[in-house]
Design a protein. Structure first.
Lengths: 411, 392
């Protein structure tokens, strides 16, 4: 059958089937199984009321169970069996095999880098954009533009940035904007300002901000002003503080590199083949996409801050920086956590960008692409499922945190 | 808040410039692809897209008309003379007014393409000579009848900005182009529409039950939905593909519709429930008192009132299914390639046509255009959905 016809047919069957199911199952319940007439009318109505929620929920529960809950357990099982041995139980052999694969460790360490850089940069840029666009008259237009990449597919974004990173042989005009800009640098005054001084300033700023974060996050655990947070929260805070401390160290090392490193001026660069840095060029794509999301959510949070708190701070003589860090930041902290965790999940699942741009070559492998490689190219379901379980494991803390918060909110 | 911080006016230009920079940074990559899709392959490979707005210098190798039969070559003062315009293709009626390029220098050998100024006469040896004017007019003279192909002339000319729709014609409407996007476009559409509509209905009923019906286990179910929101769909690939193969769906549209429905449900239920909980309780209780059944309350009151939330989710699901690559790769595209979607087609083009930016840019833009259209026309629903959908 023509796929378009099949599609139309499916819409009609799907929509009609859904409506029909809900309509007729309700009629069946009210008229046939528990009719609201006769001597048992009262009891039957109560019984029908008890059953009805499950009628409404049944399709959703079946779909969710089959398409999301069941696969989790099936994947656990697959990761413990070997397809080539007739699905025999092999214990942790797949995990051991994965642990011996250097590509896996490359993917994992790259993923860790992604996990730190992308949420931090997206949230940071988002906060900056939200704060700035709220103050100008054409802010909503600016917001639309920054938000626009959200509508573009990862694959589309990959093509867009492949053009940005494009390199042409020496002697011809560069058509990638990054190389065109790069070739303007010749080691002169402006090269030093932009490639040495500016990175140093930015790294120093990030290092200072991270150091401040270490202090803010760790302080309640080690010097409780009011009361020490619970053990779970303490662990989360210590992990976050360690991650921030790691960023401080990485920034300081990068700072040394920016000052002492030598740059290949005047040569067009194949940006996606430079080991280590190419991961950053891939991350830029995701940051470009996710900043709009962060901006929209944070902008709403910033507008939700009661003005009295800011007025009071101004009357008390606080400067704009103090207002931002001491008044606004604490009030939107929970929103920042939400944005951060949401982007973290996107990062963990990131597949299309790497698949389309480098396919894991030149040491850019990430877990999701590694998993796809194992599942569908190597046809190794055991190791592929083990890799999927690693992704699941990394998501689990966020899952628990979200469920915990949702339950707290409902009470 | 404005003005309260005091230095608003002095800071305002800093803020404006920063935002301009930020917007430019975010717009430029897309703009580059967009502009490139309207340029010819030659233009793209010789200059950056940012140069396309301005007249640009282009090096071209052009030929004079082919001499043809010696008897037909006109003779002026016993000298065989061929004249014409370099920019007018051979055999076309000379339309010198339409030539907009301006030659700055030219030459007759690839070694020295800048040997002559416009108006100079180049000696080609054997009594042959050629004169080229700045607008491309040439006079090729010779003592003997010219023979062979036309004389090559290397020009450096300033050409005005020029854009073309040929790329789109080739990618979308050329039936001979096996890499065209037309089929993939319809395949994507076929995947997207049912995969957007079906989960909405299922989710709406479930969300109503979770929001307004009282039953044991409700809180647990809501928690489960929140938990399933973040379960990576990577886990589902192999178990579900196996399941689809076992029950006979295999790889195909039905499988991908079901998969998208399943993967979209948690967000749908979560969004809709959060919205429905906020609807005024009075309306629903009044309807109950008036004897409406839950089914009637749902279809007559809740569904119409939840329209904004339904729209939000529909946009999300549409963007997500339209832009999806992984689910289509696993559940839809088989070895025949008849059901390929646009994202997969673009990835393939990236592999086989990595340097042909006119094809890549146009194909990518064909796939990006529809989501962008949806985005700009329905942005407020998207924003509302985002605000409601992020787990607080």
């Amino acid at each position: 059958m023509n796929p378009a016809l099949l599609g139309l047919f499916t819409i009609i069957i799907g929509v009609g089937g859904c409506l029909g199911y809900f309509y007729f199952s309700n009629i069946l319940l009210d008229k046939v199984i528990f009719p609201a007439t006769g001597k048992n009318a009262g009891r039957n109505i109560n019984r029908a009321e008890k059953v009805r929620p499950w009628l409404f929920l049944a399709p959703a529960i079946i779909a969710l169970g089959l398409y999301l809950a069941y696969p989790v357990f099936a994947t656990i099982w697959l990761s413990l069996t070997d397809r080539s041995q007739g699905n025999a139980f092999v214990g942790l052999a797949n995990y051991r095999q994965m642990g011996l694969d250097p590509k896996f460790w490359e993917a994992l360490s790259n993923n860790m880098l992604w996990l730190i850089v992308v949420p931090a940069a997206s949230t940071g840029f988002g906060l900056l954009a939200a704060q700035l666009t709220d103050r100008i008259s054409w802010g909503s237009f600016a917001k639309s533009i920054i938000f626009m990449p959200m509508a573009i597919s990862f694959v589309g974004a990959a093509v867009i940035f492949k053009l940005v990173y494009d390199a042409r042989p020496e002697g011809t005009n560069q058509i990638g904007i990054l190389n065109a800009i790069w070739l303007q640098f010749d080691g002169g005054f402006w090269s030093i300002v932009i490639l040495r001084v500016l990175p140093v300033v930015i790294m120093l700023a990030i290092a200072a901000l991270s150091a401040w974060l270490v202090w803010v996050v760790a302080q309640p655990v080690f010097q409780p002003e009011r009361e020490r947070p619970g053990p779970l929260v303490s662990v989360v805070r210590i992990v976050a503080a360690l991650a921030a401390a790691f960023v401080v160290i990485a920034c300081l090392r990068g700072l040394v590199g920016a000052v002492t490193g030598t740059y290949p001026y005047g040569e067009a660069q194949q940006w996606l083949t430079i080991p280590f840095w190419n991961s950053f060029f891939l991350m830029i794509v995701l940051i470009w996409i996710q900043t709009g999301f962060a901006m929209v959510i944070l902008s709403a949070a910033l507008r939700g801050i009661p003005e009295e708190t800011i007025e009071a701070a101004i009357i008390d003589g606080a400067n704009p920086l103090q207002i931002f860090f001491s008044i606004k930041m604490p009030q939107i902290a929970s929103t920042i956590v939400v944005v951060w965790t949401t982007i973290t999940i996107v990062v963990l699942k990131v597949f299309d960008i790497v698949y389309a741009m480098t396919n894991g070559q030149w040491q850019t492998q990430v877990l999701a692409n590694y998993m796809y490689d194992k599942l569908f190219r190597a046809n190794d379901w055991g190791v592929g499922s083990a890799a999927a379980m690693v992704i699941m494991l990394l998501v689990t803390p966020i899952l628990v945190w979200n469920v915990y918060n949702a339950r707290k909110e409902m009470r | 808040m404005d003005g309260m911080a005091g230095g608003k006016t002095s800071l305002s230009w800093v803020v404006n410039i920063s935002v301009v920079l930020l917007v430019a940074l975010w717009l430029f990559p897309t703009a580059g692809l967009f502009i490139s899709s309207f340029r010819t392959a030659d233009q793209i490979s010789t200059s950056g897209w940012w140069a396309s707005m301005f007249p640009q210098e282009q090096n071209q190798t052009l030929r004079t008309d082919t001499p043809g039969d010696p008897a037909d070559i006109p003779q002026i003062d016993d000298v065989y003379t061929i004249d014409g315009n370099l920019f007018v293709a051979e055999g076309q009626a000379p339309d010198v007014e339409s030539v907009q390029a301006t030659i700055s220098v030219w030459g007759t050998g690839s070694r020295n393409i800048d040997a002559y100024q416009p108006g100079d006469t180049a000696d080609l040896g054997d009594g042959e000579a050629i004169t080229v004017q700045s607008n491309g007019d040439y006079v090729w003279t010779s003592a003997e009848p010219q023979s062979g192909r036309g004389q090559r002339v290397f020009t450096t000319a300033v050409t005005p900005p020029e854009f073309t729709l040929d790329n789109y014609r080739n990618v979308l409407f050329n039936p001979n182009n096996r890499e065209g996007m037309a089929k993939a476009f319809f395949n994507t559409l076929t995947v997207t529409i049912p995969a957007t509509i079906i989960p909405i209905l299922i989710a709406a009923f479930a969300a109503y039950a979770l929001a307004w019906m009282d039953f044991p286990g409700r809180a647990l179910l809501i928690a489960a939905v929140v938990g399933l929101l973040v379960v990576p769909l990577q886990l589902a690939l192999i178990p579900l593909l196996r399941l689809h193969n076992e029950i006979g769906i295999g790889k195909g549209y039905l499988g991908v519709w079901l998969a998208h429905t399943g993967f979209g449900l948690p967000l749908a239920i979560y969004l809709l429930r959060n919205y429905m909980v906020g609807l005024p309780r009075d309306i629903i209780e009044n309807a109950r008192v008036d004897g409406a059944t839950d089914f009637q309350i749902f279809t007559k009151i809740i569904l119409p009132l939840s329209y904004p939330a339904l729209a939000s989710f529909a946009i999300f699901q549409f963007l997500w299914t339209w832009n999806d690559l992984l689910v289509a790769l696993v559940f839809l595209i088989d070895s025949s390639g008849d059901t390929t979607v646009m994202t997969k087609q673009i990835v393939e083009l990236l592999g086989t046509r990595g340097g042909n930016w006119e094809i890549l840019a146009t194909s990518a833009f064909v796939s990006i255009a529809v989501p962008l259209l949806v985005f700009f026309s329905l942005q407020r629903f998207l924003v509302r959905g985002l605000l409601a959908g992020s787990v607080k």
